[in-house]
Ligand binder design. Structure first.
Ligand code: ADP
Ligand code: MG
Length: 258
């Protein structure tokens, strides 16, 4: 798995479930997108969701955050059925963090002002806000970039900023929607390290999705492969790669991560 593995400090220990999607079905205009899906996300694991464009990865994130209601089934977070819990209450009660595939920052504000804005929403006391912002600046090595407007940052710097902004309220469940898309190899490596470091320094469960398998499998504990609304394979990166159904429907015969 290349260089990245040495940054992997530990794999998750707990087997406790933090999010459960139970018998979930979703339809758009009578077209079934998710078909009786069952998925458990464990505390403190990094779970990867793989599948082609349009398979329903973002929809699964929307189901967890409450942006989309399931047509059938239950969303259970930390043991509580959340089907009727509005988005804002879900974010606050379970400390959710979402890094959307696009956007997530204010282009005309500087990097520092973007961080300040989010911290003012989440943290009441000025002193605590400053402590949090300074911690993120040092963790993400933002010092030289503080005054640059978000629209002038590079793709990787923008992605780093949106991830940092999602950490302001110390999320317990972090959802990353295609964080590696359209980035160069070194930037992808940097983001993979950030994700792995989060797992070792914060008590956090991370779900990361992508349609490109290699970058994702290099930084997850466990992965699922989605096809036609269902999970067709699940397990460690090596297990899903050698899974027959996943090979047939997603990876192809030539795929490896070495
Ligand atoms: N608001 C919507 N209205 C109609 N169809 C939608 C809507 N949102 C998503 N879809 C459809 O649902 C499917 C899954 O979308 P999405 O979850 O965004 O896929 P992915 O993130 O895996 O690329 C796609 O076929 C998409 O066209
Ligand atoms: Mg998507």
């Amino acid at each position: 798995m290349g260089l990245i593995k040495k940054f992997r400090i530990k794999s998750y220990k707990a087997e406790e479930t933090i999010v459960e999607l139970k018998n979930i079905s979703v339809f758009y205009n009578k077209r079934q997108i998710i078909d009786n899906l069952n998925l458990k996300i464990r505390k403190q694991e990094i779970l990867g969701m793989l599948g082609p464009n349009g398979v329903g990865k973002s929809t699964i994130f929307n189901l967890i955050t409450g942006l989309k209601d399931p047509d059938y089934g239950d969303i259970i977070i930390d043991g509580i059925n959340c089907n009727k819990l509005p988005i804002n209450e879900r974010f606050a009660k379970f400390k959710l963090g979402l890094v959307p595939q696009y956007g997530g920052l204010i282009h005309d504000l500087s990097l520092l002002d973007n961080l300040k804005l989010v911290s003012e929403i989440h943290i009441k006391e000025k002193e605590l806000r400053e402590i949090k912002i300074n911690k993120l600046i040092s963790q993400f090595e933002f010092e030289p970039l503080l005054k640059i407007k978000a629209k002038h940052l590079s793709g990787g710097q923008k992605k780093k900023l949106v991830i940092a902004m999602s950490l302001v309220n110390d999320p317990k469940i972090l959802l990353l929607d295609e964080p590696f898309a359209a980035l160069d190899i070194l930037t992808i490596r940097m983001l993979q390290e950030i994700i792995l470091n989060l797992q070792s320094t914060e008590e956090i469960s991370v779900v990361v999705c992508d349609h490109q398998a290699r970058d994702l499998l290099n930084c997850v504990d466990r992965a699922i492969v989605l096809s036609n609304g269902k999970i067709i394979a699940s397990g460690s990166p090596n297990e899903v790669i050698s899974d027959k159904a996943a090979k047939n429907q997603y990876f192809g015969d030539e795929f490896n991560i070495n």
